[in-house]
Design a protein around this ligand. Structure first.
Ligand SMILES: [Fe+2]
Ligand SMILES: [Fe+2]
Length: 330
């Protein structure tokens, strides 16, 4: 890509890092069994061949924003075949890179399986609407459209951390200890994935400081969670943000700032003009994000006033009126 390093060169240069980090990951990762996290005793047959009871909204005990978050988080996990394709075609399927791709895919595959079983056992969301959304979402597929391998590495690093926060905060807000336990378990997986990519990206910054920092600035500037293409995503994203599960403030405080700090972006040595420019862009982006997050928080605080009617009325208006609606997609 342009004046950046050749993809094969980056793959070769980072291969020893991938080997080391994969080994560390395998030592740190704890195997867990999805079936043990599902409250099977709460489950009942549905209508259809088993002639059980059809889903009805009053069966769900979870707060609306948590239902929204579960739908978005679950459908995002459902699109694993597309993410696998993205990284398998970019990282390759050989050597340590390939081993990571397959191991990561196997771990990720637990997330949708466990979450869907939980959601159905708890009758948390409309299973028919959920399945229709899944067919559309997975049927559309996902293309990251990122120009270089370094962009892909920056993206997955940010995405794993964002996903960790989304699962963790949805669990904390769900008012069901069983759900919280499952979502914390999934978040722990995402945390290890994030650590793998963050360390790898740190090595990429050491070897290719200008190209890597440019990639990071590009990715943070355009960042959207993969679920952003879902039908009805804006309204859901606004409710999820208002509940403090994931929005601009969470994105800034728990994703962008900690990543920039951990990568020591502000004191990175050896930058040329392109790298310096990327650092300035990152600085400006963080400042803009911070102003937008403050405005969004103000708006959401008004929305979550105790008055039920006011709350409902405001929420239905949010997607159209919220000036931060696009950013709330993260
Ligand atoms: Fe996941
Ligand atoms: Fe992950």
């Amino acid at each position: 890509m342009g004046d950046g390093p050749e993809e094969d060169h980056v793959l070769r240069e980072l291969q020893p890092s991938v080997e080391r980090l994969l080994e560390r990951h395998l030592a740190a990762a704890r195997d867990w069994l999805p079936h043990q996290y599902v409250p099977w005793s709460a489950a009942h047959d549905f209508d259809g061949p088993l002639r059980g009871t059809a889903w009805a909204p009053e069966q769900s005990a979870l707060p609306q924003a948590v239902r929204d978050a579960l739908v978005v988080n679950l459908l995002t996990e459902d699109n694993l075949p597309s993410y696998h394709f993205e990284i398998a075609t970019r990282f390759g399927r050989d050597g340590a890179w390939g081993s990571w791709v397959h191991r990561w895919t196997a771990e990720e595959d637990r997330h949708a399986a466990a979450l869907r079983a939980y959601v159905h056992a708890r009758r948390a969301v409309d299973p028919v609407a959920l399945e229709e959304l899944r067919m559309r979402h997975v049927g559309t597929g996902y293309r990251a459209g990122l120009p270089t391998l370094l962009h892909s590495l920056a993206y997955v690093m940010v995405q794993e951390l964002a996903t960790r926060q989304a699962h963790r905060n949805a669990g904390a807000a769900c008012q069901d200890p069983v759900g919280e336990q499952l979502m914390a378990r999934i978040a722990a997986d995402e945390n290890l994935h994030m650590l793998f990519y963050r360390e790898l990206f740190s090595d990429a910054l050491a070897r290719f400081p200008d190209a890597a920092l440019t990639a990071l600035a590009d990715v943070l500037h355009d960042f959207e969670m993969p679920g952003a293409g879902l039908p009805g995503f804006r309204a859901r994203a606004a409710r999820i943000a208002a509940a403090g599960i994931y929005g601009l403030d969470v994105h800034l405080e728990h994703v962008v700032v900690p990543l920039l700090r951990a990568l020591k972006v502000m004191s990175l040595p050896g930058l040329g003009p392109a790298g310096e420019q990327a650092r300035e862009r990152l600085d400006a982006h963080t400042e803009r994000l911070s102003a937008r997050a403050a405005r969004a928080r103000e708006l959401f605080d008004r929305m979550t006033t105790p008055h039920e009617d006011r709350q409902r009325e405001d929420r239905t208006k949010t997607p159209r009126e919220d000036p931060t609606a696009r950013e709330a997609h993260v």
